[in-house]
Ligand binder design. Structure first.
Ligand SMILES: Nc1nc2c(c(=O)[nH]1)N[C@@H](CN(C=O)c1ccc(C(=O)N[C@@H](CCC(=O)O)C(=O)O)cc1)CN2
Length: 285
């Protein structure tokens, strides 16, 4: 019988643990979230981040900037947040409007406050096994896998997708777990055949229901990172992952649903990273 991995329940437990630890501190960790523009999905994510930050006892600093914000204005805000001792974590919500240079915005964030783990410094730390801050969604995937597989040593993990936000860091984390990791992408030959060799299959491509049931090895653990809004009946929309869930679930040993799988772990891990960053920064003061 396939086991559904309940990311929502895991995230709730993780937030309770974070809140309990925050309550023991003599200071309040502070998270600054920067939103540029009016992207409807981003507005919802940022509102949820602010709400959950306050719920675990941290300070939330929201910065909502208009869509025509200039690169200079955004960089000035990030620099101001870098220097603010009440701010322990900085997150710039992605995607940014097209006229802004995402790379240089991320590069301006102090690596010690980079709770998204997206700076080159934190990517390098992850790749070299040094202590840093790990991107939130990949960290969420890792925690769910560790909760469901007692030892990943020698397992073949196939990661579909090579983004800096998910695919690359997930592959690094699985390598650290002693998996044999294959990174697959749009140019990979015989993707279905490769996926069928995976004990752990992580789908992070952003293409609705691309991974079919017959791509899944019987008994494999399937982690679906995709969050795709697609048309449903009666003019409504629904959320689906990168995995064709109805086909894949009966074949997989364990699988994350969408919604309710990896998604909720993203914000819980953001809070965990903020707590980690706050403890390190305060210890260094
Ligand atoms: N700076 C960043 N930008 C973005 C990130 C990120 O980690 N850092 N990730 C995504 C969006 N994201 C957080 O920002 C995010 C996505 C999904 C969820 C979530 O809880 N999903 C739910 C469904 C929610 C819904 O109904 O729409 C689920 O999967 O169950 C939380 C956060 C891009 N930008």
């Amino acid at each position: 019988m396939t086991q559904i991995i309940d990311g929502k329940a895991f995230a709730t437990k993780l937030r309770a643990e974070i809140a309990a630890e925050v309550a023991t501190l003599s200071y309040k960790p502070g998270l600054a979230v920067v939103l540029v523009g009016e992207d409807p999905a981003s507005k919802v994510y940022v509102a949820n981040k602010a709400k959950q930050t306050v719920e675990v006892g941290m300070n939330s600093f929201e910065h909502r900037l208009p869509a025509d914000t200039t690169q200079e204005q955004l960089l000035a805000l990030v620099s101001q947040l870098n220097a603010d001792p009440a701010v322990h974590g900085i997150l710039v919500q992605l995607p940014l409007p097209k006229h802004l240079d995402t790379e240089s915005v991320i590069a301006t964030i102090s690596p010690e406050k980079d709770v998204d783990g997206l700076t080159v410094v934190n990517a390098g730390r992850l790749a070299s096994g040094a202590e840093g801050l790990i991107p939130c969604t990949p960290l969420g995937c890792l925690l769910l896998l560790q909760d469901n597989i007692s030892d990943m040593t020698g397992l073949h993990a196939v990661v579909i997708g090579r983004s800096n936000l998910v695919g690359k860091p997930v592959a690094q984390l699985l390598l650290q777990q002693n998996c044999t990791v294959t990174m697959a992408h749009s140019k990979t030959r015989d993707l279905p055949g490769l996926c069928r060799t995976a004990d752990i299959l992580v789908a992070a491509v952003g293409r609705p229901e691309m991974v079919k049931g017959d791509w899944v090895k019987p008994g494999a653990v399937v982690i679906d990172v995709g969050i795709n809004r697609v048309p449903a009946s009666e003019g409504k929309t629904k959320l689906v992952g990168d995995v064709a869930y109805a086909e894949a679930a009966p074949i997989a040993g364990k699988i994350t649903p969408v919604p309710g799988g990896v998604g909720p772990m993203t914000i819980a891990c953001l809070l965990r990273n903020t707590l980690t960053a706050a403890k390190r920064l305060e210890a260094a003061r």
